[in-house]
Design a protein around this ligand. Structure first.
Ligand code: COA
Length: 163
């Protein structure tokens, strides 16, 4: 039987509980989730690619259905490389829609065999982003503990504390 593999791409600088909530619910729908950690082209990241990937690996270390890969270049090429026929994206708010709609269409033009599937995150995570987490961490670590896993919380404390 062919496995249903979805790729969930992002910069993950760092991964948040919002992303994790999406991945866990997607595991009910797909046999395997490939988390594609982008180099973050055009984004000035706080964590380098290796750190971002390792933090995610730690979160899913006991889940054989989750694979973490880093990528540079086109998402559709990475999807094909890992035999993912689905791109998983989150729609948090209406403002996400236009960007996501364009991205899904571009990816379909680039490779019509790759379908995009959208999930809405749990509403308690609908307003967070990695940038907001970092901004909160700069001022008060205690405010971020419900939004990131423990290892990310510790990495943020170390990284931002050392700045
Ligand atoms: N919970 C919490 N935060 C979430 C979230 C969720 N469920 N979903 C998204 N976010 C946050 C992200 O952390 C990110 O925050 P930031 O901007 O503060 O860093 C923000 O929402 C935007 O997320 P996203 O749209 O996924 O951007 P990204 O930078 O994380 O990833 C790629 C963008 C990598 C998916 C995209 O640029 C890509 O596919 N690049 C490859 C090149 C390509 O093929 N492009 C398309 C054709 S030209």
């Amino acid at each position: 039987m062919n496995k249903k593999i979805a790729i969930y791409p992002g910069t993950f600088d760092p991964i948040t509980n919002g992303h994790i909530d999406m991945i866990k619910r997607a595991l009910d729908l797909f046999d395997e989730i490939v988390i594609g950690v982008s180099t973050g082209l055009g984004k000035k990241t706080l964590f380098d690619l290796t750190d971002r990937k390792q933090m995610i690996e730690k979160v899913f270390e006991n889940n054989a259905s989750v694979k973490v890969v880093s990528f540079d270049g086109l998402l559709v090429d990475t999807a094909n490389k890992y035999k993912a026929s689905i791109v998983l994206r989150g729609l948090r708010t209406v403002s996400d829609f236009e960007y996501e709609y364009n991205m899904a269409n571009i990816n379909k033009i680039l490779d019509k065999s790759v379908q995009t599937v959208f999930l809405t995150p749990n509403e308690k995570f609908s307003c967070i982003s990695s940038t907001m987490i970092k901004a909160m961490a700069v001022h008060d670590y205690s405010k971020i503990s419900g939004f990131v896993p423990k290892n990310v919380y510790e990495a943020l404390c170390t990284k931002i504390g050392n700045k």
